[in-house]
Design a protein around this ligand. Structure first.
Ligand code: KMH
Ligand code: ZN
Length: 272
């Protein structure tokens, strides 16, 4: 509880559409405005996907470059590029934006059913992305969607297939992955390497309760539209900032300060 709370915000994701969320930010300019608002509300990490001119998910380097530049013109924050992309994105495309050397990038730790799709993360893909993150000096955030992925983490770490230093994010509540209840969260926390920094991203209705558990348990939190578009049952959030702001307020009310971007870099030892 003593460490400031790092809030990470996934501002758009790859799957959401304006049919589900009419104000979804899509263009580089809209994403930059959304990122600035989220950081001002308390986020220090922006988990970034980008969209093409048709609003479709893309791993194009020029789009990541422009969006990152526009965000950083507005606000300082840790940019964490998605290497997951959308379901079915080939490895070469998933890796492409890493050449821009963002401070962080994701590394999904296994294959799972993702709703009615399959999010493929074979050994080859995991090792390929792990190598790409290390090549470009990006800190890895290991995404754990299911229990067995923790065993994969330990197995791959032992084989030397993972970066020496990483952050772990539990993404709980994906239909096809581990559900987002406290019992599951505690199970995963107990399997972490000693001293490991961790956060939790609850999907849908799991977002708020898991965030509150993480605040109390000394972990960090990811909240934003990629994972959940509702502020409360039946009421869409006004934007990412509203979701971030609620968590920041809850944390401060529990006497846990919210990390500045500088503090987040120190806590995560980014650049070490
Ligand atoms: N869009 C999901 C299939 C990540 O960003 O690294 C994967 C995803 C994970 O969003
Ligand atoms: Zn993502």
């Amino acid at each position: 509880m003593n460490q400031p709370l790092i809030i990470s915000c996934p501002i758009v994701g790859a799957e959401l559409t304006r049919e589900t969320y009419p104000n979804l930010p899509l263009t580089p300019e809209e994403l930059a405005i959304e990122a600035e608002a989220s950081v001002k509300a308390g986020a220090s990490i922006i988990h970034l996907h980008v969209r093409d001119e048709e609003g479709k998910p893309s791993q194009r380097v020029d789009l990541f470059e422009k969006t990152s530049r526009l965000i950083h013109e507005r606000v300082d924050c840790i940019l964490q590029y998605s290497t997951g992309g959308a379901v079915g994105t080939p490895l070469s495309e998933r890796l492409a934006p890493l050449k821009l050397k963002p401070e962080m990038g994701t590394l999904s730790m296994g294959t799972l059913n993702f709703g009615s799709d399959v999010f493929e993360n074979t050994e080859e893909i995991i090792r390929g992305i792990s190598a790409g993150l290390q090549e470009y000096g990006c800190m890895a955030e290991l995404e754990i969607f299911d229990a067995g992925m923790m065993d994969t983490l330990h197995r791959y770490a032992k084989k030397g297939w993972l970066p020496k230093h990483f952050h772990v994010d539990f993404v709980l509540g994906v239909p096809g992955g581990l559900a987002g209840d406290l019992e599951n969260l505690l199970f995963l926390i107990h399997k972490l390497p000693p001293g490991q920094s961790w956060s939790v991203a609850g999907v849908g209705r799991f977002q708020l309760p898991l965030a509150i558990h993480a605040i109390a348990l000394g972990g960090h939190v990811r909240v934003g539209l990629e994972d959940n578009v509702y502020y409360r049952k039946g009421e869409l959030a006004t934007g990412n900032a509203q979701l971030v702001s609620r968590i920041a307020n809850i944390s401060r009310a529990c006497d846990r300060e919210v990390a500045t971007v500088k503090q987040a870099r120190e806590i995560l030892k980014i650049g070490v």
